[in-house]
Design a protein around this ligand. Structure first.
Ligand code: ADP
Ligand code: MG
Length: 262
């Protein structure tokens, strides 16, 4: 087991060391190591099937790790340590951890029978125990922040994909996360709606939110990312400042991938 992170204010928000994850015989994560510091935006690119979603799902503990270590701030949440010793969190600890992590998916997954406001209110009332009046005030403020002041009472079916995705971002923010995970948040959108969602993410980053963003939006990565990681077949093959990775990729897999998306 590696040393616990320092507690002098420089503790990374996420520290992954040699993460391993298999589904049956399929070895999906084959030793992913990286870290994300407070206020940083880490962008992740890589071909389909390279393990990007699985990596996010492990951070959010929607999947259990098979090996390596995962630290979230001061907490070791990874399960199997080198040498086979098992580190288990209780269900309650997992729930506590997950409450602090917001996740936005490619498909917006809003509750269809609730208004935009209802979708944003649900978590704070149910999971955080906030009272309705305070939760409503906060929810309105969040919808304002994502540019939806005129859509409080709209149902998801009455909203465009870009508007729904912005509600999904507001809903995640309502849980007051310390970390936001985005899994190809604009991949399901019509091209003309991509910009409005990226703009919201850009403003979040400017406000200092710590973010991991799986995206193939090269312009976003270049402008907003502090680090760009390129994944292939379950490992990080290249990592660095986005301008450098995008401008002069070193690994043949990165070069090949970028020649297709650029
Ligand atoms: P990416 O997001 O980079 O496209 P994923 O993390 O979704 O990649 O998937 C990586 C590999 O893991 C793929 O081969 C996929 O089929 C497999 N996989 C992902 N989730 C599961 C699962 N729940 N059960 C079995 N295989 C899975
Ligand atoms: Mg994916």
């Amino acid at each position: 087991m590696s040393q616990p992170p320092p507690t002098d204010g420089t503790t990374p928000v996420v520290r992954a060391v040699d993460l391993q994850k298999s589904f049956g015989p399929v070895h999906v994560l084959r030793g992913v190591s990286l870290q994300v510091r407070a206020g940083e935006v880490l962008c992740v690119m890589g071909p389909s099937g390279s393990g990007k979603s699985t990596f996010l799902r492990c951070i959010n503990q929607l999947e259990r790790l098979d090996g390596g270590e995962l630290w979230l701030r001061e907490d070791l949440v990874g399960y199997r340590l080198r040498g086979g010793r098992l580190h288990e969190l209780t269900e309650r600890e997992i729930a506590r951890q997950r409450r602090g992590i917001g996740m936005v998916f490619q498909r917006f997954n809003l509750f269809p029978h609730m208004t935009a406001l209802g979708n944003v209110l649900e978590g704070p009332i149910r999971a955080l125990g906030h009272n309705r009046a305070a939760a409503e005030t906060a929810a309105r403020r969040l919808l304002d922040r994502v540019g939806l002041s005129d859509k409080y009472d709209a149902y998801p079916a009455q909203l465009s994909g870009g508007q729904q995705q912005r509600v999904a971002i507001a809903r995640a923010l309502a849980m007051e996360p310390y970390l936001m995970l985005f899994d190809e948040p604009t991949s399901a959108l019509d091209p003309e709606l991509v910009g409005e969602v990226l703009d919201v993410m850009k403003s979040l980053a400017a406000d200092g939110m710590t973010m991991i963003v799986v995206t193939h939006e090269v312009g976003f990565a270049r402008e907003v990312g502090d680090t760009l990681v390129f994944m292939d077949e379950g490992v990080v093959v290249e990592s660095g400042p986005p301008g450098i990775v995008l401008g002069a990729p070193q690994h043949p897999r990165t070069q090949e991938f970028l020649s297709r998306v650029l």
